[in-house]
Design a protein around this ligand. Structure first.
Ligand code: FAD
Ligand code: SF4
Length: 337
């Protein structure tokens, strides 16, 4: 078993206190929430903070509440709380389904929404032990200068592997952030970048406070995930679909595909194929083909890119069909079909 490196743990009771601690110990301080991703990464020498600022005692971040026009989810809400909350399941089904599809029950109980939104990207050449990576000569994302995924590549293209990213974008979510320069609200669509070495737009010392998702009458959504086993595995491909419907007709449709590259991808051509259509007449096959044409899986995870590209067609069809017919993913998310 790999040992956890030595670090100093700080336990603030408020966001203000956490910000102060992060600033005091920068640049060798890092936030820890549930620790389900950070601790394994530290054991592999991927992240080497000497100070961890735990948000576990910051009670103001654990809420999952409904306001008249939006859901307000704290960063420290567990994935299980997000997956099983009735309001989230009703108004943001894709997000509940995605949270319920993360890892296994233990990860969802310990793992948080904030930790999932801020999850490090993953790559078959990066999520390895120090010994393994040193034998390969390291890579751009950590300790090296080359990319093993794109020959001659100068930018890391590790995969955005967080299940909640695609639905956060598809549902028009907004991420609340607090940092040394104050508070800001970032549209989820602008939280992630194409740089797998550091794929969020968060600045040093900033804390994600939570996610707000608008409640819209006539809204439907669904999430689909490709993984090898029915539990535990990270997504090899993920799809979130959302439609807004008024008088039986689609007024807006969003489709987001993720886990193929560092940034989730909004499929641009779906609107023209769907807006104004009756919901039951939405051209599922045409949308799925358009999505497949736009998506280019990188060979960044240990799965065949041709298969992942073919599965875009399958998962988009499934997500749209479930969204249209209102079928729910199992609430625990553990039984992926
Ligand atoms: C075996 C295994 C399987 C897994 N399967 C999946 C899976 O299928 N899908 C998936 O998405 N994930 C998976 N995970 C990863 C992880 O369990 C989840 O992503 C979880 O949601 C991470 O949340 P956490 O609270 O544990 O984050 P942590 O591990 O505490 O933190 C993760 C990162 O986010 C940062 N961070 C945490 N909270 C904040 C905040 N509020 N503001 C700013 N930065 C913050 C941390 O500094 C760290 O860089 C898996 C992990 C393991 C070990
Ligand atoms: S995509 Fe390239 S640079 Fe990024 S982690 Fe993988 S091998 Fe390293």
């Amino acid at each position: 078993m790999l040992p956890l490196p030595i670090f100093q743990l700080h336990r603030p009771r408020s966001v203000d206190e956490a910000l102060t601690m992060l600033e005091r110990h920068a640049p060798s301080a890092r936030i820890v929430a549930g620790g389900t991703d950070l601790f394994p990464n530290m054991k592999q020498g991927l992240q080497t903070p000497r100070h961890l600022v735990s948000l576990a005692g910051v009670a103001e971040l654990s809420h999952v509440t409904r306001e008249p026009d939006r859901l307000v989810l704290g960063a420290m809400a567990s994935l299980e709380a997000v997956a099983t909350n009735d309001e989230v399941r009703q108004h943001a089904a894709a997000l509940a389904e995605a949270a319920g599809a993360v890892g296994a029950p233990t990860h969802r109980r310990m793992g948080t929404l904030g930790g999932n939104l801020c999850l490090d990207t993953r790559c078959r050449y990066y999520n390895q032990t120090y010994f393994w990576r040193s034998a390969l000569g390291f890579c751009i994302k950590k300790d090296g200068t080359v990319c093993h995924v794109v020959a001659g590549g100068t930018k890391c293209v590790a995969a955005a592997s967080n299940d909640t990213a695609a639905p956060a974008i598809a549902l028009g979510g907004t991420v609340a952030v607090m940092g040394p320069r104050g508070a800001r609200h970032v549209p989820a669509a602008e939280l992630w970048t194409a740089d797998g070495a550091a794929n969020t737009t968060l600045a040093e010392g900033e804390i994600v406070l939570g996610l707000q998702v608008p409640i819209v009458a006539g809204r439907r959504s669904a999430y689909e995930k490709l993984r090898r086993r029915g539990a535990i595995d990270f997504p090899l491909l993920s799809v979130a679909a959302r439609a807004d419907v008024a008088d039986g007709r689609v007024t807006d449709l969003e489709l987001v595909v993720s886990a193929l590259a560092a940034r989730p991808r909004r499929v641009t051509s779906v609107r023209e194929l769907s807006i104004g259509q009756r919901l039951d007449a939405v051209p599922i096959d045409a949308i799925a083909k358009a999505a497949q044409a736009e998506c280019k899986p990188m060979p960044n995870v240990d799965a065949d890119t041709t298969w992942r590209k073919q599965m875009v067609l399958v998962l988009v069809r499934r997500a749209l069909a479930r969204m249209i017919h209102g079928d729910h993913y199992p609430s625990s998310g553990s039984a992926y079909r």
